[in-house]
Unconditional design. Structure first.
Length: 423
C-alpha cells in the first residue's frame, strides 16, 4: 500500500499553557507516550503565557502553535466587548438563552460568568477553525486537557468530521469549589463531546449524579507517573521525615500542618517543596515550631528536581491535607518511590490512599488530631512501615503507571475514531 493512501493519526491538544510554565507539569508524562501513538501532535495553549522562555522539552513529532488572540493578555474592556459581540450572532443567542436559566440562579455574577466563558470559547473557536482549515488532514482528534472554555470551543468548530474529547480533573469539574457554585455550560458541553474522560471514579460519579443522561459520554482515564526504578531511603535515626509538595495557597492548607506539628511529641524533619502566596506567612509560623520539629523549604522545583529529591533523601511519609482535590498526582509520585501517604479524604484521594498504603483522614481534621496521627505513625514498628511502603509502590504499579495508563488512553482515543468512521 502506498504511504499517501494511509491516513495519518493527528491529535490537536488544547492546553492551558503547556508546554510553557507554570502548571500542567504532569502533562509531560502523557505527551511522551501519546507521541508514540500519533503521527503528529499539535499543541495549542489557550491562556496568557507570561514567559515564552520557560518552555518544556517536547517530542520531535509535536508542534506548538501560539495565537496572539489567545496567548497575549486581554484587558477587561476587550473581554466585555467580546462578550457583547456574542449577542450579534443568532446561534450564540440561542446557546446563551439555554444556559440563562441556570446562570440566573446565581444572580448577575452567574450571568456574567456564562457570558465570559462563552466569549473565551468563541475566541478559541475562531482560531481553531482557521487552524483546522489550514491543516489539510482528515483524521483529526481534538482533545481539550481541561473541561474549560477550550472544551466548549472544540464542540463549536465548523469541521464536523473530527473527534471531540476532553479530560475533567478537579477545578474544572466540581462546582462546589466556587462561589457561586457554578461552572457554565458543563452538561451541554459534555453532551456535545464524543467522550469526556474523568481522571477519577469520584469525578465520574459526581457527573452521573448531576445528570444520568450523560453517562454514555463518560469514561475514566487515570493519570500516571513514570517508573523511576528507585525507592526512597528510610530514616534510621528515630526522626520521622515527612514531605509535602504543593503550591502554598489556601486550598492546600499547609498552615494546618504547621499547627499540627506544634502538637507533635515525635522528632520530625519536615521538607516542603513548592512556593506561593502564603510563603512568608507559613515560614513565619514554622519558625515558631518547638525544638523537636525541624523544617526546610526547598521552594519551586522542576518535576525532575522533585524526583531527584525523592531519590537522594530519606522520606518516611508524604502528607497532603488539601481542602479539595481531583486526584493528586503528587501522591502518585510519592507512591512510585514507595513513600506511604497521610491524606485528607477529599475528591478522588480515597481511590489512592487506604489503610494498607497510608492513612486516610477526615477533611475536617483538627490540628491536634493531625498531630496525633503523625505521632502514631512515627511510633509504628519498622516492619509495619515497610509493608505500607511496599503497598504504596504496588498501588502505583497497578493503577497509576504512566506507561500503562497513557497507552490505554491513546488506544481508547483511536478506538473512538475508528468507531465514528464505521458509523
Amino acid at each position: 500500500m502506498s504511504s499517501h493512501s494511509v491516513s495519518k493519526k493527528v491529535l490537536v491538544l488544547l492546553t492551558s499553557r503547556y508546554p510553557y510554565k507554570p502548571g500542567e507539569e504532569f502533562l509531560s508524562n502523557e505527551i511522551a507516550i501519546l507521541s508514540s501513538f500519533f503521527d503528529r501532535i499539535h499543541i495549542i495553549p489557550t491562556n496568557h503565557i507570561v514567559d515564552l522562555q520557560t518552555v518544556r522539552p517536547i517530542p520531535n513529532n509535536v508542534t506548538v502553535h501560539l495565537f496572539d488572540s489567545l496567548c497575549k493578555p486581554v484587558g477587561m474592556l476587550r473581554k466585555f466587548l467580546q462578550a457583547g459581540l456574542l449577542f450579534l450572532n443568532h446561534h450564540n443567542i440561542k446557546v446563551l438563552k439555554e444556559e440563562w436559566k441556570r446562570a440566573s440562579q446565581f444572580g448577575m455574577r452567574g450571568i456574567l460568568k456564562a457570558c465570559y466563558w462563552f466569549s473565551l470559547a468563541e475566541v478559541v473557536r475562531k482560531e481553531l477553525n482557521v487552524f483546522l482549515n489550514g491543516l489539510n488532514e482528515d483524521d483529526i482528534i481534538l482533545y481539550s486537557y481541561w473541561l474549560s472554555p477550550a472544551a466548549m470551543a472544540i464542540t463549536m468548530v465548523d469541521k464536523t468530521d473530527v473527534i471531540k474529547v476532553a479530560r475533567a480533573h478537579g477545578g474544572d469539574l466540581y462546582e462546589y469549589r466556587y462561589n457561586p457554585p457554578y461552572l457554565p455550560f458543563q452538561i451541554s458541553v459534555i453532551k456535545s463531546l464524543d467522550r469526556l474522560f474523568t481522571i477519577s471514579k469520584d469525578g465520574y460519579t459526581y457527573l452521573v449524579n448531576k445528570d444520568e443522561s450523560i453517562e454514555s459520554k463518560l469514561s475514566i482515564a487515570r493519570l500516571g507517573t513514570r517508573n523511576h526504578h528507585q525507592r526512597a531511603k528510610k530514616s534510621k535515626d528515630g526522626v520521622l521525615r515527612i514531605v509535602t509538595c504543593s503550591y502554598l495557597k489556601p486550598v492546600k492548607r499547609i498552615s494546618l500542618l504547621v499547627q499540627a506539628l506544634s502538637y507533635c511529641k515525635s522528632k520530625v524533619l519536615w521538607t516542603h517543596i513548592g512556593d506561593g502566596e502564603l510563603r512568608d506567612e507559613i515560614l513565619e509560623k514554622a519558625s515558631q515550631l518547638p525544638p523537636n520539629i525541624e523544617f526546610r523549604f526547598l521552594g519551586n522545583l522542576s518535576n525532575d528536581q522533585v524526583l531527584e529529591t525523592y531519590t537522594n533523601y530519606a522520606f518516611d511519609l508524604f502528607v497532603n491535607v488539601s481542602e479539595s482535590e481531583g486526584i493528586p498526582v503528587t501522591i502518585m509520585e510519592a507512591f512510585s518511590f514507595g513513600i506511604p501517604v497521610m491524606a485528607t479524604n477529599v475528591g478522588g484521594t480515597a481511590e489512592l490512599v487506604n489503610d494498607e498504603n497510608g492513612v486516610l483522614i477526615s477533611k475536617d481534621v483538627s490540628p491536634q488530631e493531625l498531630g496525633k496521627y503523625i505521632d502514631e505513625y512515627a511510633l509504628l514498628p519498622d516492619d509495619v512501615k515497610e509493608k505500607m511502603s511496599e503497598a504504596a509502590y504496588r498501588t502505583w504499579s497497578v493503577q497509576y503507571n504512566a506507561e500503562q495508563n497513557y497507552s490505554s488512553f491513546a488506544k481508547e482515543l483511536l478506538k473512538i475514531k475508528e468507531m465514528k468512521k464505521d458509523e
